[in-house]
Ligand binder design. Structure first.
Ligand SMILES: Cc1cc2nc3c(=O)[nH]c(=O)nc-3n(C[C@H](O)[C@H](O)[C@H](O)COP(=O)(O)OP(=O)(O)OC[C@H]3O[C@@H](n4cnc5c(N)ncnc54)[C@H](O)[C@@H]3O)c2cc1C
Ligand code: FES
Length: 281
């Protein structure tokens, strides 16, 4: 029997510490568990896993874990779309809510040791990938080249600004940003995220490389086409699938695609698996 702190099926009380505005309708919520043993147990999550967030009297929803387990703080980055996310957005520091997890398979980061890592994100698709990027940088010596390609519609919609600034300046990592439409203050690249692959000096490696792709469906579709043209095999492209979830632990069947439960078998899948599941892209 796991101790109550280690029991991932038990919802636990979390306290909201502070809130940071990211972009319109999207905020990052820093929180900690009231119980230190629960906090320590939770921080053993893997990049790509998720948690179920409870807003008392409102409901529960799944949220990715954008921090890396190598970081001290725990937080969610949430776009307000419906009743639960709106209730979270309405909380003030000091308020309590419930968290259970971590759930799902996560990215098998150890299996990528010795490989080049290419991260391709669009819009809020950077939320689940942030964890892998920070994790890979914390274990820099384990990986080959690390490249980040991130795009949003406008400069105002770029997420995690402090991280982006750091990644653009840091050694040992290549960070390329783009926006669909620039403004007077934008001096960077303009175009869809896949257009960055052709930018002078980028030279995307294909051999011994894993590409992580997360973003809206249209971006995903075009980036996959670009990567395939460059020679990427389906098994070397990984992503996270979003499905409507209720229990998050393989009981209710809400998230099923064919024989797979996205909450348990995923949310991380290779593109080879996504195609076998019959997902339309
Ligand atoms: C594994 C996983 C990780 C996630 N991580 C994050 C995250 O880090 N940040 C974040 O902002 N959101 C994330 N989401 C999405 C989030 O869980 C949903 O937006 C959730 O429905 C919000 O709850 P709500 O009560 O506010 O909205 P709801 O009232 O549940 O939904 C509002 C509207 O969105 C639709 N909807 C809800 N979920 C989905 C879905 N998965 N696909 C298509 N339409 C949907 C509903 O039908 C409804 O029309 C994640 C989802 C999954 C499955
Ligand atoms: S969400 Fe209930 S089975 Fe996956």
């Amino acid at each position: 029997m796991p101790s109550p702190a280690d029991n991932i099926y038990l919802p636990k009380l979390a306290v909201l510490d502070r809130v940071v505005d990211e972009i319109t309708d999207v905020r990052t919520f820093f929180w900690h568990f009231e119980d230190a043993a629960e906090q320590a147990a939770f921080r053993r999550f893997m990049p790509g896993q998720f948690a179920q967030v409870s807003l008392f009297g409102v409901g529960e929803f799944p949220a990715s874990l954008p921090p890396s387990p190598t970081e001290e703080e725990t937080f969610f980055t949430i776009r307000t779309v419906g009743s639960c996310s709106a209730a979270l957005h309405a909380l003030q520091p000091g308020a309590r809510f419930g968290v259970r997890g971590p759930y799902g398979n996560g990215f098998p980061m150890d299996a990528y040791a010795g490989r080049n890592l290419v991260f391709v994100a669009g819009g809020i698709g950077l939320i689940p990938l942030r964890s892998c990027i920070i994790y890979a940088l914390a274990h820099r010596e384990k990986f080959g080249r690390i490249q980040i390609f991130y795009g949003s519609k406008t400069p105002q919609e770029l997420m995690y600004r402090p991280d982006l600034k750091e990644w653009e300046k840091a050694g040992g990592i290549e960070c390329h940003l783009t926006v669909d439409r620039g403004d007077d203050g934008w001096t960077g690249h303009t175009g869809v995220v896949g257009s960055l692959f052709q930018k002078e000096g980028v030279n995307l490696p294909v051999e011994n490389t894993t590409a992580f792709v997360c973003g809206p469906p249209i971006m995903f579709r075009f980036v996959i086409m670009d990567l395939k043209k460059l020679g990427f095999e389906d098994r070397n492209i990984v992503s996270t699938l979003e499905r409507y979830m209720k229990c998050g632990v393989g009981k209710c069947g809400h998230c099923c695609i064919g024989v797979s439960y996205v909450c348990v078998d995923g949310p991380v899948f290779t593109f080879e698996q996504i195609r076998k599941l019959g997902e339309e892209i």
